[in-house]
Structure formats: C-alpha cells, structure tokens
Write a new protein. Structure first.
Length: 143
C-alpha cells in the first residue's frame, strides 16, 4: 500500500467511526501533530488536512497536541503549520521554556475564545501563571 493509499484508508476509517458513533457523541478529535511515543511518525501528505476537513464537516472540535513537536522542533513554531492546518485548540509544554521549569498551556481559536466573553471559566491549577515559569517561557521565545 502506498503512503497516499494509507492516508485515504485512515481518513475513510475515521469517517466511518464518526458516522457510526454519531458526530453529536464526539466532543473532539485529539491527536499529536507528529506522534513521538512510538517513534517520530510524520503523517503522510494530506492526512492532517483530511482530519481538519472531517472535523469541519461534522462540526467536531480539532485539538492538536504539540507538547513534543512544538516550539521549533520541526522548523516552524508548530508542526501543524507545515500542513497548513489550523486547529481549534493546541496543547503545548516542554519546548515552550526549554524544559527549565514545568509549564504548559493551551491556545484556543477565536470562536472558542469568544464563548468565554459571556461565560466564566472556573478552572485553575496550583501552578497556573507561576512567575518563574512565565519568565522562562518569555526568555525561551525571545532567545
């Protein structure tokens, strides 16, 4: 099977899962832009675009995990940029501050951000906004 055929097979499989479960039962599609746990697995050309298209077609939020691939590790700030895909949410950590202090975050799209104009987010964590972590992030990005 060629890379293109495998890409089409995987996208068809994802479509079948969405249709079988029903898009209303799926809160989001969450995947690593470049999975690293089992090796550096770069998705084939067209895969990320296909996932984005399916998410749009069925009204499903697309979340990309850039914890391992983000912040310059692939030649751009985020790996998904190389595919021309814009996710609804992006998770990041590790590379954001070169590993000096534990830190992570989530980037959210404008439509999701607008929701919070009228709704309070009652979330918070022990280390949220830790000054040392924030300083390490700024220094890493500015370096």
């Amino acid at each position: 099977m060629t890379e293109e055929e495998e890409c089409l097979r995987a996208l068809a499989h994802l479509r079948r899962i969405i249709e079988c479960e029903g898009p209303g039962a799926i809160a989001a599609i969450l995947l690593e832009s470049i999975p690293g746990t089992a090796g550096i697995l770069v998705p084939p050309d067209g895969y990320m675009q296909g996932v984005r298209a399916l998410a749009d077609e069925f009204g499903i939020v697309l979340i990309l995990d850039e914890v391992m691939a983000g912040f310059g590790r692939t030649g751009s700030w985020f790996a998904f940029e190389q595919d021309g895909v814009v996710p609804d949410l992006v998770t990041f950590a590790k590379g954001v501050n070169a590993g000096y202090v534990p830190a992570g975050g989530v980037l959210i799209s404008d439509p999701i951000a607008r929701y919070f104009d009228d709704h309070f987010f009652a979330g918070g964590l022990t280390y949220s906004g830790h000054p040392l972590a924030m300083a390490a992030i700024v220094a890493t990005i500015d370096a």
